[in-house]
Design a binder for this molecule. Sequence first.
Ligand code: NAP
Length: 496
Amino acid sequence: MTQLLRVDAVDFSHICVGGQWRPGAGGTRPSIDPTDGSHVADYGIAGIEDVEQAVAMGRAAVADPAWRDLRPHERARILYRIGEAIEAHVDAIAALQTRDTGKTLGETRALALSAAGTFRYVAATLETLDEELTAPRGPWVTMSVHEPIGVVAAITPWNSPIASDAQKVAPALAAGNAVILKPAEWTPLVSLFFARLAYGAGLPEGLLSVLPGPGSIVGDALVRHPGVGKVAFTGGTVTGRRIAAIAGEKLMPVSLELGGKSPTIVLPDADLDEAVAGVLYGVFSSTGQSCIAGSRLFVHESVRDSFVARLVERARALRLGRGDAPGTQMAPMVAHAHRDKVAAMVEGAVAAGAQVLCGGHAPEGEAFADGAWFLPTILTGVANTDPICREEIFGPVLVVLPWRDEEDLVAQANDSEYGLACGIWTRDYKAAWRIARRIEAGTVWINTYKQFSSSTPFGGVKASGMGREKGRRWVQSYMNQKAIYWGMSPEPIGWG
Ligand code: NAP
């Protein structure tokens, strides 16, 4: 039976260096609830000396026979226990994350459950991973085996903390590595809580560190550190490119889950009720703060007016409210600074000629006075080449673009720096197949949107990243592959 840990018993001013809890060398910062600007907790900030020590402890832990020599099923047992611990604390994690990020409780619960599921899936994969005996082309037995990389740095963004943490920590540990997690500055609390759960579940000392702190200092130090053998990054494309450049210098593997500007396509024969609900959910859930937000809507011109009218009516009726209030569909954005950035992008588009069909500003009223709120916003009168259609907004803003023929549709949908996701709404399965195969994206959803499965690889193309998370090869992506040849020839090689 898992011992329950109470959030109010946790001192967030202490960071986790290899399982040791102590004040960070960078002092503390306040975490702010974006619902009303209230103070949630002061959390610890790591410094360079914490990075040094976390790497040293990680390297020692990976080399320790107590971890190194565990059989896969034994390592899996620890991962299962971490998954159970997360699930046992799902309400506590959800409440903490809702305060830290503003998100709805429904969403933060789902993220915590997804993190538990990730640990279970990865543990099961680990237990059932076989190595390969390869076909010999000489007098040998040849095999291909996988080994841990060493110390992995996991750098995560603020929009789905515990789920994106688990998506890196679980496979990295499963592969036999140590992990140093650098959560985003706006949302570090659940990552610190999660580390306590992991150690409480029996993770040996040294294998997990959680180092909150500025990306430009703590994140950068981790990426550059010679003792770090892989960086698993989720975040913006600008940061991703910076990390990739350093990884290139170091010749270090890196996985990059980056931004998006995903097209959602409505064909004239679509079930329009389903499509309206799917488009709304695809762009406005998580208050639009989602890498896969379906933020460019391509509606066939024959149904455009009626479809957009229904969409606007339903967007206006979305329930805005506190993340912890029952029935809330759209909560505040993660931070006031981010809300202001989104507002400025909308203002820029309007100044350039866009028409606002709904939203376009913060909601009015006492309840919204102090928080980082923004209304669901739909813009029309824009061209696919306008900045509002090209740049990732990462907020509740949808642009509507008409299309007439399929060639033009595919060309416009693909005319983007990004290639993360795409949605297609139609009853015509052949058209769906044709378009899905031509769209440059890592994921295509047909008559659904924003759904995930641990067993289905996820990632982007073009500026949306490289590498895949999830799926059967997830654990191996955190390992080095090694070939072993066993000489079986009765004759010497013939040189001596
Ligand atoms: P971000 O600014 O790139 O930050 C992501 C993480 O990188 C944060 O922990 C950040 O720390 C850290 N960081 C910043 N500068 C760094 C540097 N020079 N070296 C190392 N680390 C550094 O992104 P964000 O604003 O937090 O997140 C939003 C972005 O993430 C969006 O573009 C979104 O599309 C993307 N995202 C992608 C996926 C996906 O799966 N493709 C999923 C979710 C989000 P600080 O917080 O301290 O700056």
